[in-house]
Design a protein around this ligand. Structure first.
Ligand code: NAD
Length: 257
């Protein structure tokens, strides 16, 4: 793995590797962790997301200007997400293993709106930017699981009025969800892993700094390339998440990380 640091393997007196000492791991994931599952990121394509300007399809202004386009865009993303080709990859699966085998707490905070963490079996996933397979009533704020299309004529279950449903997505310019909870988790974290995120979207780009304010937290970035915030991390692991994350998880569980 190009760019990967040399791992230090602590051993007990008998020479056997020690189990992980981490008690509170927080893992931030971004579009890069789902890239090998066939869902494209947008930072790699000059600000275009599936050939659309992100501000046209992922901002309140874009929604007001052209709601049909925004509904169509998210309906397409939902179809893609539920297509047979898209499934969790080895990185998602490795995080499930970490959550099930580490005696401490492992919380996944994702910027992704896909459900690949849940589909692979991860629990307690915090979706700070919303979820593609949900919609929300503009009037009552109620959230509904919505696997099919929605549009201007869709009727919400709560107020039975057409035109009140929008994708349950945090658009650019809106406030991400669960921020107080995420901040507390970061303060308690002793390991912060950031996987497949460009560090260009606020406030997730600040999480590494918040984690460092807490308990001697080790911070590690996993990406295929340098990012805007790479300099802030203690360590960087370079390579595709599907290859690097399983190795990192194996080493954490063996106490080698
Ligand atoms: P981004 O598109 O800005 O950046 C993706 C990052 O992933 C880049 O730094 C890239 O170098 C890295 N990357 C690409 N392939 C990788 C791989 N195989 N392994 C490891 N890293 C890889 O994504 P972001 O930082 O998450 O911010 C984008 C916003 O776009 C988020 O708010 C999210 O809601 C939305 N988005 C979500 C999805 C999704 O749900 N899967 C997809 C596209 C965009």
């Amino acid at each position: 793995m190009a760019g990967q640091r040399i791992l230090f393997w602590p051993c007990n007196k008998q020479g056997a590797p020690m189990a992980s000492h981490y008690k509170n791991i927080v893992i931030l994931t971004g579009a890069g962790i789902s890239a090998e599952s066939g869902i494209s990121t947008f930072r790699d394509s000059n600000g275009l997301w599936e050939n659309h300007d992100v501000m046209e399809v992922a901002s309140p202004q874009g929604f007001s200007a052209n709601p049909s386009l925004v509904y169509r865009f998210y309906n397409e993303r939902k179809k893609q997400l539920q297509s047979i080709e898209v499934k969790p990859n080895l990185a998602h699966e490795a995080l499930v293993e970490l959550q099930s085998k580490l005696p401490g707490n492992v919380t996944i905070v994702t910027q992704n709106v896909d459900d690949l963490h849940e589909r692979s079996g991860s629990r307690d996933v915090i979706h700070m930017h919303g979820e593609l397979l949900k919609s929300r009533c503009l009037k009552t704020e109620q959230i509904f699981k919505t696997l099919g299309d929605i549009d201007e004529l869709s009727i919400c279950e709560c107020c039975q009025t057409p035109g009140n449903l929008r994708p349950h997505i945090v658009w650019f310019g809106e406030i991400p969800m669960f921020m107080n909870q995420i901040e507390s988790l970061l303060h308690e974290a002793d390991l912060f892993l950031s996987i497949g995120t460009s560090g260009q979207v606020y406030p997730a780009s600040m999480f590494v700094q918040i984690a460092k304010l807490g308990n001697e937290c080790k911070t590690v970035e996993v990406n295929v390339e340098e990012t805007a915030v790479s300099w802030n991390f203690d360590e960087k692991v370079q390579g595709p998440a599907g290859e690097t994350v399983p190795v990192i998880v194996e080493n954490i569980l063996k106490g080698h990380f």
